[in-house]
Design a protein around this ligand. Structure first.
Ligand SMILES: NC(=O)c1ccc[n+]([C@@H]2O[C@H](COP(=O)([O-])OP(=O)(O)OC[C@H]3O[C@@H](n4cnc5c(N)ncnc54)[C@H](O)[C@@H]3O)[C@@H](O)[C@H]2O)c1
Length: 288
């Protein structure tokens, strides 16, 4: 997808962090925006911060873990603008503790927001994008955690590995169909955003997080520190992502050093070795 001017983008998780940076990047390239987030109040503030005319922005709160909300977001987007050219399945939550301390509701929440939301987005947007004129593109936000397996974040890792393989599967199907819809999967390492404070976005139906054991507290603290220490900003990630969409790049890996850990994982498999332990919770020093 090479031109963005006057095209329509839909961004989930747009109230802050990488989602809001994608919105800034889209606005600067002349796109009209559908902004969505669970947090309606912060979403309104985010939309106002873009200083766009009302005709170019639709603000539509949604809980992306609910299929009905994603379906309603698609309906509202097509009703308002008649087409969607660039879909960012971006909303996500972080979660850190020992695997043995993940409760069923923790899995439901993290997989619901990080993985099932992407499945819902694909189901409710892509068939309509295929029917409209011209090319369009879907960017699914995974993570470096979808390429390697750092300790202390099992549900997050599983959700993001899921987003990578879901995106690869969709890519293969769309390529087979010679579809006008392209796909990319975004896999950043640590970026300073609100991701380490995701517990406040946990809908009531998923219950409350249990208290952390001392061992889990160490992992959780390391995640906070790792997120804060990220060297690329959300705006860097958004710029790199748009440039990658322009080139038609599938794997968007802004922190290139993470690829050393990916290579090591592949070599472990190819050479019949057990997994090389990664430094928790980031993959390795230099992946920020
Ligand atoms: N920050 C990082 O280090 C990092 C690294 C790799 C990948 N990511 C991914 O980037 C994406 C954006 O995260 P971020 O870092 O900007 O975090 P963030 O917490 O700043 O933004 C995430 C947004 O998602 C929203 N959200 C949470 N639950 C939701 C739900 N059920 N429905 C709709 N919206 C919901 C939040 O309100 C928030 O505005 C996520 O998918 C995350 O997993 C982040």
């Amino acid at each position: 997808m090479q031109t963005f001017q006057d095209k329509i983008t839909v961004i989930t998780g747009a109230a802050g962090g990488i989602g809001l940076a994608l919105a800034r990047q889209a606005a600067s390239r002349g796109m009209s925006l559908v902004l969505s987030d669970l947090d309606a109040e912060r979403l309104q503030q985010a939309a106002a911060s873009l200083h766009m005319t009302a005709e170019r922005v639709l603000v539509h709160p949604a809980d992306v873990s609910h299929e009905a909300d994603v379906a309603a977001l698609a309906d509202a987007s097509f009703a308002r603008f008649g087409a969607v050219h660039l879909l960012f399945n971006n909303a996500g939550v972080g979660f850190s503790r020992l695997t043995t301390e993940h409760q069923a509701a923790d899995w439901d929440w993290v997989l619901g927001v990080n993985l099932m939301s992407v499945a819902h987005g694909i189901r409710h947007f892509v068939p309509r994008m295929q029917q409209q004129d011209g090319v369009s593109h879907v960017v699914n936000t995974a993570s470096a955690a979808g390429l390697v397996s750092s300790p202390g974040m099992a549900a997050y890792n599983v959700s993001k590995h899921g987003v990578v393989t879901l995106s690869e599967t969709l890519y293969a199907e769309l390529a087979d169909q010679r579809s006008s819809v392209g796909v990319s999967v975004l896999c950043p390492a640590w970026v300073p955003t609100g991701i380490a404070r995701s517990a406040k976005h946990r809908p009531e139906r998923f219950g409350h997080e249990a208290d952390l054991s001392p061992e889990s507290a160490i992992y959780a603290a390391r995640m906070v520190e790792a997120v804060q220490s990220g060297r690329l900003t959300s705006d860097d990630i958004a710029r790199i992502t748009f440039e990658a969409v322009e080139r038609g790049t599938f794997y968007i890996v802004p922190h290139r050093k993470i690829l050393q850990a990916v290579q090591l994982r592949c070599q472990d498999m190819l050479e019949g070795r057990n997994p090389t332990a990664l430094t928790p919770p980031g993959a390795a020093e230099g992946t920020k």
